[in-house]
Ligand binder design. Sequence first.
Ligand SMILES: Cc1cc2nc3c(=O)[nH]c(=O)nc-3n(C[C@H](O)[C@H](O)[C@H](O)COP(=O)(O)O)c2cc1C
Length: 272
Amino acid sequence: MGLFSVNKDLCNGDGICAAECPIKIIQMKENLPQPVHNAEAMCINCGHCVAVCPKAALSLKTLSPEQCLPVNKEWMLSPEQAEHFLRSRRSIRNYKNKAVDKTILEQLIHVASFAPSGHNAQPVRWQVIYEREEVKRLSGMVIDWMGYMLKEHTGIAKKMHFDLVTAGWTFGMDTVSRGAPHLILANGDKNDLSTPSACTIAMTYLELAAQPLGLGSCWNGFFNAAAISWPPLQKALGLEQNQGNFGAMMVGYPVYKYHRMPLRNAPQIKWS
Ligand SMILES: Cc1cc2nc3c(=O)[nH]c(=O)nc-3n(C[C@H](O)[C@H](O)[C@H](O)COP(=O)(O)O)c2cc1C
């Protein structure tokens, strides 16, 4: 098979695959989709041509219609449900002393892997700090970094309340990872321009997907900041030379439930 094959008995020549291809590497010839010259080299494997065909007539070499789950119209959220889903998500900062099954964390990461990325590059490399003791040990390294920052860059460190966080730590209060049993990190190639946004978006998917699984989550900005700049933590994470951390998320079972959805500032919109 070339880049894709078309079942001529099923294809109705509607050209939707060609219209929807983001790279425009499908052209209609004699009412059938055909790859343009060099199409295979340019294809980003987004699967849109397979997914959009109402007749399931087109198969990519790497993806058949049978491999793609059908969209379940009954499960599509109404605008009210979508708003409720998004507005009811909360950052969780109290976690039960209970580990989450690895299979559930895998399911969570699996869903987050469907986040969009530039050119469908999917550059996120996931890392799970699974053991609670290891989360604590690595969080201690974040505290070490804060100590260094307080000494060497006092102004900015105080502005970010590192003095309070480190003081709390000495009393057993963990405002770095909040006692979460697990951390999920989104790492990637530091030299790839698509990596930072892809990691941020994938982490946002992960955070949203956690809630229906009964999980709580919270961005760990302190951990991420330390992982960017503190060599001992980078070494402990086993980050390779070209790899960086672009997001860290606490994950675990929440102690408390939220009953109301707080307000946020009215959006500031400039219409042009
Ligand atoms: C990039 C980023 C970093 C964050 N870092 C932390 C953090 O280090 N610790 C923390 O407790 N919350 C952190 N948060 C959570 C924010 O404080 C939280 O999203 C905000 O207060 C709004 O609350 P909500 O998420 O429940 O709507 C972070 C959020 C983002 C988006």
